[in-house]
Structure formats: structure tokens, C-alpha cells
Design a protein around this ligand. Sequence first.
Ligand code: NAP
Length: 558
Amino acid sequence: MLLSGNAKLLGRYAVLLSGFAKIRIKSSHYFMSKIAFKPFLVIFKGSHFHLKPSSLLSAFRKMENLPPAKAGARPASSFVCDKAYVNGEWVAAKNGKTFDVVNPASGKVIGNVPDMDANDVQNAVEQAFRAFQTWKETTAKERSVYLKKWAELCWQNQEELAKLLTTEMGKPFAESKGELAYGTTFLDIFSEEARRVYGEMIPTTAHSRRLLVLKQPIGVAGLITPWNFPNAMITRKAGAAIAAGCTVVLKPAEDTPYSALALAKLAEEAGLPKGVLNVVTSSRTNAPEVGKVLCKSPLVSAISFTGSTAVGKILNEQAASTIKKCALELGGNAPFIVFDSADIDAAVEGFMGCKFRCSGQTCICANRVFIQDGVYDKFASKLAAKMDGELKMGDGMQQGTTQGPLINQRAVEKVDEHVKDAVSKGATVMRGGNKKGGNFFEPTLLSGVTKDMKCSQEETFGPLAALHRFKTEDEVVTLANSVRSGLAGYFYSRDLGQIWRVAERLEYGIVGVNEGLVSSPEIPFGGWKESGLGREGGKWGIEEFIEIKYVCMGGIGK
Ligand code: NAP
């Protein structure tokens, strides 16, 4: 019962994320016999290791405990790099410093990587700027071929890259495979979009002139990414930038540098010319100075950031100093509304995936759950039963786990603070509510939540389902729109008029109607209000890295 429930939740999520379903995960864990993966073609042409295998292994001790790679596959440890990647070289920080990377499930240090500072990133920017001078001259077809090759290598090594991801980030292995599929599909999509950056002709205003619109790469792109999707947030940005003809300097999150470096390793194997993709790793302490160089350097032309709204505001202000184009994918505080007319079983099912994947640590996770009076009790009791039956905490590599650890202690403390605050203001704990040691927090269900509680005003970013009761459509739309975030919103209703009204009235960049899992690489992902600027994914993502040039060609008339 437990396993089939898990299988349904995670299987559905992984299939949705995989887009065109290169994989179809039918079970919650790869150990289980029900799983039906397409066999992977493992073609490793080798010869690209820049580190001795022995140092690789010692740098990633946890790998010893991972299940072995399938016959013929490269093991996860072969993707572990303990150097940053700048101008095609694997390099240490100039000052020699490193920082530890920790497995959030065990709390153990699994390795360390360079702790780069302003000097290192300045150098990476200069290399990227130099590389841009030739990369921008490549044809769209050439860029497309590089990206396709990069994607092929990611597909071939999906399973082992997913092990690496779970080990540094904590999400269940099946979810990591889903993320790899999602992330790699961005490379596929942008390899195709590279060829479709069309210019335009404008009907002339004079016989002697022709009016053209050219689209050209903007320049060096500075990318800063979060830990919750250590692979996909990178491919969503870097794939688009490189397809457009830009070069990239990427700073991944302190918690998850290995997935970023593994992507760089595969880009190198795909033959991407040196300097096109540069990865600078830095600790949380150095992140502000690294970000400042990227934002203020006149050699960088665009910033693309995914992370918290607070940091997004800092970067936007810094980037103003050089009037840089900014794409900002920031925090959410998603409403999840269930109207009286909804199919309650479908709403509960949709909510489980929306709220509990990644242990509630996604920017589009439901945060405020509004249930209409007539179905409130039914929804709450069905949800409690579903949580009992389907959620299992544990190490993401363990069989049956659906709830991995939170990323770190700060995250655990935030959930704890939100639960305590809500209870002190009158909410009732229906399930969970406690820290469980290390970075684990129980999946929690609170009833009787109100808008003055912290969990309503801020993104909890953890496994907390906070139920509010409401009476009318007007009331709930006003409540849903009352925050400054505007990333994703969801509602369940079977009233056609209400579906149109509410879909149009919600002030959100992404709206799920009778659907809790809305991400897909093909769609324009982005938020309104303080959830960001610009869009990522699909044909929209590439536009963030393009400049428009109007050319007026005269002297044509007789
Ligand atoms: P964060 O603290 O804003 O960190 C994101 C990235 O910014 C990390 O690489 C971080 O480096 C870096 N950073 C932190 N302070 C910086 C500074 N002053 N200057 C330059 N870089 C800086 O966010 P997070 O905790 O990692 O991620 C959670 C947040 O991201 C949530 O609010 C979530 O909603 C949002 N998010 C949004 C989307 C979206 O698409 N809209 C997707 C995923 C997550 P360190 O790791 O080294 O601190």
C-alpha cells in the first residue's frame, strides 16, 4: 500500500518532468522491480579526466556507499570534480582555499571544492569575454550541434548523475532522475531553438530604404543558481545563453557544486570550446563578492539568477550600475485553492505532488492552501490519510523514501519557526510538526491557518501543508493576490465560469487549473510582481540572452 502510493506520486512527477518521456519511472525507487527505464547507451570516449581517479574517490567518499553503476556505465564518482572550470582548465582558487560539501541526509562531508573570490571570478569573466569574440561568430547550426552532443552525454549518464545529485542535495533518487530528464530536455530544446532566432523585415516607409531587425547574442552572461534543482536550473540558463551565442560564467550554490561541475565535465567532453562555459564555485561567505563582480563588470552583459527574492533585489540593484539586462526567477508563496465544486480526490492527489516533492523545497510548491468551507473537512481528512500512506522520510538513496532531508539546518529552523508561530496563533497540528534529527523535519499538516501567520506571509520552503478555510470566490482571490509574490498559483474547480474567472484574476505568472504539477521545459517559466523578471524555458528563454538591432538600409531607390 505504502509503496504503491509512493510509486504513484513520484512516478507521475518524474514522467511529467521528463517531458517527452525518455524515461518513465513507474516506481518510487530504482531498486524496485516495477521500474522500466529505457536502456541507456553508454558511450564514454574517455580521456577527459583532469584529476587522478584516487583523488576523485577520496574527494567523494560517500560514493563508496552508493549502489554500483550498471554494467558498462561510468560510475557516479567519475563525474566528481574537485576543481572549478575556467577557460577549459580545471583550476583551484587563486588563494588555494576550499569549502566542504556535505550530504544533507547524513551530515557527513563528502568532499571539497575551490572557494573562489572576486579575483577568480574577474579572471573567469575576462576569459568568457575573450571566448565570446569567437563564439558569437559561430553559426546557429554549430551551436546546435554542440548542445545536442552535450544533451546526449547527459542522457547517457542520467542515472549516475542522479546519484550524484541525491548525494549532495538530498532529494529522493527517483526525483533526481526526473530532474535530470527535465534538465537535459532544456539542452535538447535550446539546441533546437538556436536555429530559430529569426530576424524580421519591417515594411518600408520609403522606397529608398529597407528596415531590418537583427537578433544578436547579448555578450557574457553571469548565471547564479540555487541548490534545489542543482542540474535543471543550470541547463535552463546555460542552454539558452550558449544557444544564443553568449558565453557563460556560472556560480552554483554552495550546497550543490558537484552537479554543476559534472555538467561542465560533460560539456567539455561534448567539445564545447574553452571559455564558453565557466564554472566558479564559492562558499556562502564569498557569494556576495562573486555576485558583485558579475553584476558590476562592464564585460558582463546579462545576469540570470534563480534564488530568493531578497538576493534578487540585491543583484538587480548592483546590475543597475551597468544597466544590465536581468532575468530573475525568484521566490514564490503559491496559493492552492480548492473550491466546493472540485473533484476532491484529484485535488488531494494534485496537492501531494505540488507540496511534497523535493520535501516542499521548490519555488512553485503550494504554500498557502485555501479550502472552501463546504469541502474543508473532507479535504483535510483525505489529505491526512494520504500523507500517512504515501510519505516516507529517509535518505534519498534508500528504497521507498519520498521525503529526503531539508538542505541544511537553516531550512529546518525555518519550518520549525513557522509551525511554532502558527500553533501559537491558534492553528492545530493534524500531522507531524516536529524536527526529526539532522536535517529532517516531519511532513506536517496544520489546520485553522490564518493570513497573519508567518507561514502565510513567507515561503516556508519545507514539508508544511497549511490549511486555511474560506467562504467565497472573491474572498479567496483577494487573499491569494494579497502577497507581493506572483510565481505560481493553483486551483481546483469544475465550474467552467469560475475556472475562466479565477484563471484570469490570479496575479501569477504560472497557473495550474485542476493540476498540481505544471513545470515543463517547453513553457515560459517566470513570475509576476516580486517573483521576478523575464521568462525561462521554451522559445522565450533564449530571448533573455539576445539583443535586438534595428538596421535601416538606405540608398536603395533609383
Ligand atoms: P538564495 O539564498 O537566494 O541563493 C541562490 C543563489 O544565490 C546561490 O547560488 C547563492 O549562493 C547565491 N547568493 C546568495 N547571496 C548572494 C549574494 N549576495 N550575491 C550573489 N549571489 C548570492 O536562495 P536559495 O536559498 O538557494 O534558494 C531558495 C530560493 O530560491 C527560494 O526563495 C525559491 O523560491 C527560489 N527559487 C526560485 C526559482 C524560480 O524559478 N523562480 C527556482 C528555484 C528556487 P550560496 O549558495 O553560496 O549562498
